[in-house]
Design a protein around this ligand. Structure first.
Ligand SMILES: [Zn+2]
Length: 338
């Protein structure tokens, strides 16, 4: 298959990215992600200068992949970043300078957790088809969301969104990842401040973008949100969901000192809780323990047969659609071939 979304610099890069897309497209989720990217003219390229596995720029609608990653790792990364493209097509409000620190941090976490859950879903589907390498590669760095996804999936949570929900919640249990996003947030604030208007500066850190809106809009499985409004409300009102790392806590305090009229004569943590509804995250040592994964249901003859039967049925359905042809056209064609 050819992908108009690939913008490679040379043949070798083009064929590597193509191989990633080909494998990803073998899963239903991956196929849909790629189709959406094609429809919305998202572009994909390697970027040798990046440190992360991948990234998505919503302004350029461009997705970058790290060429130093292995083929198997790139499959999960591509699914994750393509999901970001889908999320932004649904219309997300996210502005490091304008948004309240709590809503920005929660919304950023929600879209990351959702993209991570999606990468699990694509890799898990491939594992069920017999290629478990992308899933294992994803697990190497991210067992905190891969294992909960797998456990829920093994227990039948694949179709009803339970596996997505488990991965989503699992994402929050890794403090290293969360710290790196807190760090990114502070960087984004600084960047926005350097080129904002006076008006924007006056409105800084005041816009409330409720996390529930973002979750209901983008965190979906089979077209339905996998977290209800009530579940989202509950999840994002725990102290843990309002935490930021020690270092970034201080940065936010400094950023919001003036706009929030913080009182320096009172304890910092008390002020941050009262005015910004933010809490300092405990040290890494207090990070929740990793979940042990249930064994993967390896492909058996039966589920391979079931998958094959499904494919045949799909093809038949497509060819049924094609058979509606005007007899006059057929006659004309027959005439031409003679
Ligand atoms: Zn991401």
């Amino acid at each position: 298959m050819e992908y108009p979304i690939i913008k490679a610099e040379n043949e070798e890069e083009a064929s590597r990215i193509k191989a990633v897309m080909d494998e990803l497209a073998k899963s239903k989720i991956g196929k849909q992600l790629i189709e959406d990217a094609v429809e919305h003219k998202t572009t994909v390229a390697f970027d040798g200068a990046m440190r992360a596995y991948g990234s998505y720029d919503e302004v350029k609608n461009h997705l970058r992949l790290n060429p130093t990653s292995s083929h198997d790792r790139l499959i999960g990364t591509a699914a994750h970043e393509l999901r970001h493209a889908q999320q932004f097509q649904k219309g997300i409000l996210l502005d490091a300078l304008l948004d309240t620190p709590k809503t920005y941090i929660q919304n950023q976490a929600a879209i990351e957790a959702d993209a991570s859950a999606t990468s699990c879903a694509a890799c898990y589907e491939l594992a069920l088809q017999g290629n478990d390498k992308p899933l294992e590669s994803l697990r190497e760095k991210d067992p905190h969301f891969v294992n909960p996804f797998q456990n829920a999936a093994v227990q039948g949570g694949l179709e009803n969104g339970e596996a997505y929900k488990a991965a989503f919640k699992g994402w929050f249990t890794d403090y290293c990842t969360r710290d790196s996003y807190d760090c990114l947030y502070i960087k984004m604030v600084r960047q926005r401040k350097s080129n904002c208007t006076r008006e924007e500066e006056n409105q800084a850190f005041m816009r409330e973008v409720p996390v529930n809106d973002v979750v209901q809009k983008v965190c979906t499985c089979n077209g339905k949100p996998y977290l209800s409004e009530k579940e989202t409300q509950e999840f994002f009102s725990t102290d843990d969901s309002k935490t930021v790392s020690f270092e970034r806590f201080n940065n936010i305090y400094a950023n919001c000192y003036r706009p929030y009229k913080l009182d320096f004569s009172k304890p910092q943590e008390e002020q941050m809780k009262e005015k910004l509804d933010l809490v300092m995250r405990p040290h890494f040592n207090y990070m929740p323990k990793r979940v042990v994964p249930e064994p993967l249901p390896l492909p058996t003859v039966e589920n391979r047969q079931a998958a094959a039967a499904e494919k045949i049925a799909e093809k038949k359905e497509n060819s049924d659609k094609k058979t509606v042809i005007n007899p006059a056209v057929l006659k004309a064609k027959a005439g031409m071939s003679k």
